[in-house]
Design a protein around this ligand. Structure first.
Ligand SMILES: Cc1ncc(C[n+]2csc(CCOP(=O)(O)OP(=O)(O)O)c2C)c(N)n1
Ligand SMILES: CC(=O)[C@@H](O)[C@H](O)COP(=O)(O)O
Ligand SMILES: [Mg+2]
Length: 594
């Protein structure tokens, strides 16, 4: 019987003496390494939060006291301590444990959104609610990383929390000195300055306790107990080590094994390097363009390597800026760079650009500035779940006047479109790339009005027009072959620049009996909706059917499975066309997946 087996309740956890606490921490570390190296997940962050989370659950009475985790990627220990040990064999698997807090999983979980820098705002709201409902005994604890603290929302919340001396929000700053890479900026320098430094938190109206050794459970508990009874807003500054206790993580210069796939537990590395990804191809091409165009600069929001900017950063360190987890600042500072005569490339995950929509619309779009956005993880991403799927960008960006969106279907297309984007000096451009390895090139048979014709049935070319967005071209071509076997003629066309709609597309659609757009994004307001509107405006009566993702929060799972479930694989596209051409009776071969 391990100590971990004995802590089925908070009372049992609180009953452990210091010796057993040390044993428990090591058992949890070994558990995390064993499970997460098999399933994939956020290993480094959680290894650094072991003692901190044990202390939190010994001092506070969750869920009566609310413990809110910022970003939520470091909540595995919280899940271990709240009865979910058994779920870790299926962490981030379809139907299995979420990699983030999940309200459906436990009453101890509050925030499911994995977007950083939100915890202090939730905490401010919860504290107000508890106060207004007379629940003055309930504490609100926000656990925020030093990286997440570089996000603007956190400072908006601090401004409010600091001014409310009667609402005792307890902010636990989990300071491991890193986001992915070492955290940069004035805040990080201040936090690293050492205990003697007067802490600006006090000037904002918050008490400050620390710095505390984040791997000494009793010391953390003493600080948390003081915070608990202070009865005013307080920051408990906890110093931790990302990847603590696992040498491959502690030694990992890049990001302390921040997020891993299935890896060898002995090394923390995958058994074999995977095939080239879209990110890799982008990073290499951006470097080539940076060598050619001195005006090219790049910006990341604390994700230099994950977005592929590292090659350019190594070659041109003065032209790549990491602004912290601050997408809004990234976009508007890009507007400033463009106003200053440069051409910025803002590299960001698609889901995180949502946070900076106003900046795209009013700081870049309104001024018609030459800024290029490269959205990685566009479309279904998979294991990170609903707040990570990059499925909103086409719908929200379709509203920005003058902004153009491209979706490359292969590596050659990515290189060509990135060149076109960075050479465009009269407005914003966007490229969207999926979380996937890049497939083989798909050559065009012909190009007309900027539209690549990928396939045209010899027999009856004008039955159905398939318009895949980006990499879904491969599934569309497979569907075309299947449809032809049923005597349906298919044209497959790739406009490359998918928004705004290419003015030649309604004319092409008019020559077909049915037009079907296919996009890895929500169908409401996406590329298909835009095409239908363009056809209507042009008086084209060809029915337009938009295949895409539902306007829903999709669960975590594998990208392939989720695309199949959305009908965005070859079989799904084929079924959709057969249904709309009165041939629903024909059975469709459902083998294979995108
Ligand atoms: C708005 C937003 N941008 C980027 C990310 C990607 N991201 C996830 S965790 C992370 C680093 C967080 O650093 P920190 O808060 O210090 O937590 P740690 O991993 O160090 O425990 C980043 C940038 C995100 N989740 N949300
Ligand atoms: C928590 C967070 O936002 C990131 O760590 C994200 O999980 C990384 O996603 P990828 O693994 O797709 O880079
Ligand atoms: Mg950190």
């Amino acid at each position: 019987m391990t100590t971990l087996d004995t802590i089925g309740s908070r009372e049992a956890l609180r009953s452990l003496d210091q010796g057993r606490l040390l044993v428990l921490a090591e058992e949890i570390r070994a558990f995390l390494i064993d499970k997460v190296t098999r399933t994939g997940g956020h290993l480094g962050p959680n290894l650094g939060a072991v003692e901190l989370t044990i202390a939190l659950h010994r001092v506070f009475d969750s869920p009566r006291d609310a413990i809110v985790f910022d970003t939520g990627h470091q909540a595995y220990v919280h899940k271990v301590l709240t009865g979910r040990v058994k779920g870790f064999d299926r962490l981030r698997r379809p139907g299995g444990l979420s990699g983030y807090p999940s309200r459906a999983e436990s009453e101890h979980d509050w925030v499911e959104n994995s977007h950083a820098s939100t915890s202090l705002s939730y905490a401010d709201g919860l504290a107000k609610a508890f106060a207004l409902r007379g629940q003055h005994d309930r504490r609100v604890v926000a656990v925020i990383g030093d990286g997440a603290l570089t996000g603007g929302m956190a400072w908006e919340a601090l401004n409010n929390i600091g001014s409310a001396q009667d609402r005792p929000v307890i902010i636990v700053l989990n300071d491991n000195g890193r986001s992915y890479a070492p955290t940069g900026g004035g805040l990080a320098e201040h936090l690293a300055a050492g205990p003697g430094e007067a802490n600006f938190f006090t000037e904002l109206g918050l008490a400050y306790l620390g710095p505390v050794d984040g791997h000494d459970t009793p010391e953390i508990e003493r600080a948390l107990c003081r915070a608990r009874v202070l009865d005013r807003p307080v920051v408990v500054h906890v110093r931790t080590i990302k990847g603590k206790g696992y040498p491959p993580a502690e030694a990992d210069e890049a990001d302390c094994l921040h997020a891993v796939g299935t890896v060898d537990p002995a090394t923390g590395r995958p058994a074999s390097p995977g095939p080239p990804t879209w990110t890799t191809v982008f990073g290499q091409e951006l470097l080539r363009l940076a060598e050619k165009h001195d005006e090219l600069v790049a910006i990341t929001a604390s994700m230099l390597r994950p977005t592929g900017l590292n090659p350019m950063a190594v070659a041109f360190p003065g032209r790549v800026f990491d602004v912290g987890i601050a997408e809004q600042h990234a976009v508007t500072s890009a507007a400033g760079l463009a106003m200053g005569g440069l051409h910025p490339v803002v590299a960001v995950y698609a889901t995180f650009l949502s946070r900076a929509f106003d900046q795209v619309l009013m700081d870049v779009g309104l001024h018609r500035l030459p800024v290029t956005f490269v959205l990685d993880r566009a479309g279904i991403t998979g294991p990170d779940g609903p707040s990570h799927h990059g499925m909103w960008d086409l719908a929200i960006l379709s509203a920005v006047p003058g902004l153009r969106v491209a979706a490359p279907r292969d590596a050659t297309g990515l290189r060509q479109l990135l060149t076109e984007a960075v050479e465009c000096d009269h407005g914003a451009t966007v490229l969207r790339l999926p979380k996937a390895s890049v497939g083989g090139d798909i050559r065009a048979l012909a190009t007309m009005d900027g539209i690549d014709i990928l396939h045209r049935s010899a027999a009856r070319p004008l039955d159905v027009l398939l318009l895949p967005v980006g990499p879904l071209a491969a599934a569309a071509l497979e569907a075309a072959a299947e449809l032809e076997r049923h005597g349906i003629g298919v044209t497959v066309a790739d406009p490359r620049w998918v928004l705004p709609v290419n003015p030649a597309l309604p004319g092409i659609a008019a020559r077909h009996a049915l037009a079907v757009s296919i996009e890895d994004g929500i169908r409401t307001g996406g590329a298909g909706s835009a095409l239908a509107l363009a056809c209507a405006d042009a008086g084209v009566t060809t029915p337009v059917h938009a295949l895409g993702l539902p306007r829903a929060y999709l669960p975590h799972g594998s990208r392939g499975t989720l695309l199949v479930q959305a009908g965005l694989d070859a079989a799904g596209i084929t079924r959709a066309v057969l249904q709309r051409t009165g041939r629903a009776d024909i059975p469709v071969d459902t083998e294979g997946s995108p």
